[in-house]
Design a protein around this ligand. Structure first.
Ligand code: FPP
Length: 303
């Protein structure tokens, strides 16, 4: 069970009230008429104790931080990590898959609700055969071990992908793990696989055209919100932040439609070396960002 911030604040508020009654009986309490003016941010002793119990139970850190709801990672730099050590590129990808497991758990602990990772793009098929075969094998291993190593941490696994061209055994493993984790209410780990942003848009356009030609939809019905509902995972909110390590600063055909107002964060660290410290740096930076969505910030609204 994951406790949402507002649910926790309610519990915390009750605890503070309770503590006020116990420790501060000299005050005039009248909660109905709001004569007791308590600040829900003020952590009571009881609140702290309950917070600790909740943290342990949920393995979640409940915080007042302004966290992104959805972070998307472009897991770049595996090849360079391997090359620096004189290892084959696939060793870099393997190390990258360990980072993915660690970061998914970190995000779940911090309370990030959605985590996307770009695991294989529609363009990656053009890489040398052995590298593609190695990536597919890693994926098989990853999904097989995901029950134990990921789902046990209250993480649901989903895929944003085109099924076209993927081997049958991988497709059935994907279906199995999605089904098995579908009722998990914690963080959703979304693996973008055989994924391309342009491809997803074309896929949506084809389905919309089909619905129009079969009279399920009128051209006038098409707007941004309808279009979003034809994406691979329409219920997943757009990424608040996209993180790309390894020094590259481009989107590389990831989440083209969904990235319209995403905050970008870059780092020179290669993905296999990406760790909790890097993640915390990105989150600190995110908290300072002024997200205007094309408007102006509140402080500038008066002049
Ligand atoms: C880009 O780095 C990375 C990829 C094309 C693959 C990412 C895949 C993994 C981390 C494997 C794990 C994923 C799953 C779901 C098992 P690059 O090789 O292009 O790096 P480079 O720019 O240094 O060459």
């Amino acid at each position: 069970m994951m406790v949402k911030d507002d649910e926790w604040k309610a519990v915390e508020g009750i605890c503070i009230f309770f503590q006020l009654i116990v420790y501060d009986q000299g005050r005039d309490f009248d909660i109905i008429n709001h004569r007791v003016d308590f600040d829900v941010r003020e952590i009571s002793i009881l609140g702290r104790a309950m917070n600790n119990i909740f943290r342990k139970k949920n393995k979640q850190i409940v915080s007042d931080r302004r966290l992104p709801r959805h972070i998307a990672f472009i897991m770049d730099g595996n090849g360079r990590w391997a090359k620096k050590r004189g290892l084959p590129r696939n060793m870099g990808h393997r190390e990258g898959s360990y980072t993915l497991k660690r970061i998914a758990k970190d995000c779940s602990e911090i309370g990030i609700q959605y985590v996307s990772v770009f695991a294989l793009s529609t363009e990656n098929w053009s890489r040398p055969k052995e590298e593609v075969a190695g990536l597919l094998n890693l994926l098989r291993e990853f999904i097989r071990s995901a029950d134990k190593e990921i789902a046990e941490n209250n993480i649901r696994i989903r895929f944003a992908m085109s099924r076209e061209g993927l081997p049958e055994d991988i497709l059935s493993e994907i279906d199995r793990i999605m089904e098995k984790t579908k009722n998990i209410k914690g963080t959703q780990l979304i693996i973008a696989l055989n994924y391309g942003g342009k491809d997803e848009i074309v896929h949506a356009v084809k389905r919309i055209a089909q619905d129009v030609s079969e009279n399920r939809l009128k051209p006038g019905d098409i707007d941004q919100s309808l279009f979003s509902s034809y994406m691979y995972l329409p219920d997943v909110p757009e990424p608040d932040m996209i993180i790309r390590p390894s020094g590259e600063k481009r989107i590389s055909n990831f989440y083209l439609w969904q990235a319209a107002y995403s905050e970008f964060w870059y780092s020179d660290v290669l993905w296999p070396d990406f760790d909790r410290k890097q993640l915390e740096k990105a989150l600190e930076d995110y908290e300072k960002r002024d997200r205007r969505y094309g408007g102006i910030s509140n402080e500038n609204k008066n002049y």
